[in-house]
Design a binder for this molecule. Structure first.
Ligand code: ADP
Length: 337
């Protein structure tokens, strides 16, 4: 045990330390075995053992980050043969690498934005004939350039947003302000009318008139809902219908984006909200994407104490939902607005 560099503890099933290897003794400041016997087992480990509570990462010394694993030895036998073994894997280096990678993505995405904006500006001027009339072929090409640019802008925005999130937990800094969901959704739909029209899709909204003003992160809610509408457009074949519903149910605002497109099988529905998860089917892969959109949607819902989920039948369509609770921090008294 002492030759293993990861901290290890062996405990009785009643959480008394029997053994602690050198790494664990250093980490927990346990000096020798008799002292180890007297030392209290750190509370997070007890929770992990007792309640099976997930302990994704833990930093007992504020410097190293560990993932704790628990192994039961002889769980069917009574004491003293029933033991618990804790191994703490030091993942500090992995965390650093993942942070660096993240930071790199965030900077790259940020730096890509300004040239994109400039290309878009010049292509727009060409399209408007500001530097001379274009023939039909030239106009067609400019349109293709513009459509490529908006695809790239959406990708870059998602990468940039995803850089704000903790890769494992989806945590990000909230910037709350009064949010009028009716305005927000109307504006999102307005921005998507042209892309929808290009794919011969109709977009309708059903917004209840009793939606209260929220205290929410307006920008991130906009990104989340826009991602759902983007997806509905991307994954619905020409001629389809998209409906965006906003209503209040059980003290929560529900935003639902419904399409009658490709749909998603039950096993794929489960993993879609994870970072970089895309469906491996041909008709999905034809559409460009980063697999970050739904990760952002779920994180934004969770940061507002809500949730995101999908109801879908393959081949018939999908409805993606976000639920934002009205009570607690998202609530705003009418007096403040
Ligand atoms: P992206 O669209 O960039 O790949 P998302 O995280 O937004 O990433 O979506 C993950 C996957 O979920 C997509 O690749 C697609 O296969 C599937 N998906 C998302 N929205 C829909 C939808 N409305 N209909 C069918 N499939 C969808």
């Amino acid at each position: 045990m002492d030759s293993i560099s990861d901290p290890m503890l062996i405990l009785t099933s009643t959480f008394e330390i029997i053994r602690a290897n050198t790494a664990a003794q250093i980490l927990f400041g346990i000096e020798s075995l008799p002292a180890a016997l007297a030392a209290a087992v750190p509370e997070p480990l007890v929770k992990l053992a007792r309640d099976g509570e997930l302990l994704p990462e833990w930093s007992p010394d504020g410097e190293h980050v560990y993932i704790a694993r628990i192994q039961q030895v002889n769980p069917e036998r009574p004491l003293p043969e029933h033991h618990l073994i804790f191994v703490l894997r030091d993942v500090t280096q992995f965390r650093k690498l993942s942070r660096n990678q993240h930071e790199f993505m965030r900077i790259a995405a940020h730096d890509l934005r300004s040239p994109l904006t400039s290309i878009q500006g010049f292509a727009n001027m060409l399209q408007l004939g500001l530097v001379g009339e274009l023939n039909e072929k030239q106009l067609q090409f400019v349109e293709k350039v513009l459509s490529g640019i908006s695809q790239m802008t959406a990708l870059v925005e998602n990468i940039q947003d995803a850089g704000r999130f903790d890769p494992e937990t989806g945590f990000y800094e909230m910037l709350r302000e009064p949010t009028d969901l009716m305005d927000l959704v109307t504006e999102i739909v307005r921005k998507h009318l042209i892309p929808a029209e290009k794919s011969e899709l109709t977009i309708t909204t059903e917004i209840a008139d009793d939606i209260p003003i929220l205290s929410a992160d307006t920008n991130m809610l906009e990104r989340a809902i826009a991602n759902l509408v983007d997806n509905a457009i991307k994954y619905t074949p020409n001629g389809g219908r998209i409906t965006i519903k906003v209503f209040v149910q059980d003290r929560s605002v529900i935003v639902g984006v419904q399409d009658n497109g490709l749909g998603i099988s039950p096993e794929n529905q489960k993993r879609l909200f994870q970072r970089h998860q895309r469906i491996a089917r041909q008709e999905h892969k034809r559409v460009k994407g980063s697999g970050l959109g739904l990760f952002i949607v779920r994180s934004v819902a969770q940061r507002h104490n809500g949730e995101a989920w999908v109801e879908s039948t393959e081949g018939q369509g999908s409805t993606f939902f976000m639920r934002i609770p009205l009570d607690g921090t998202n609530g705003i008294s009418t007096g403040n607005v």
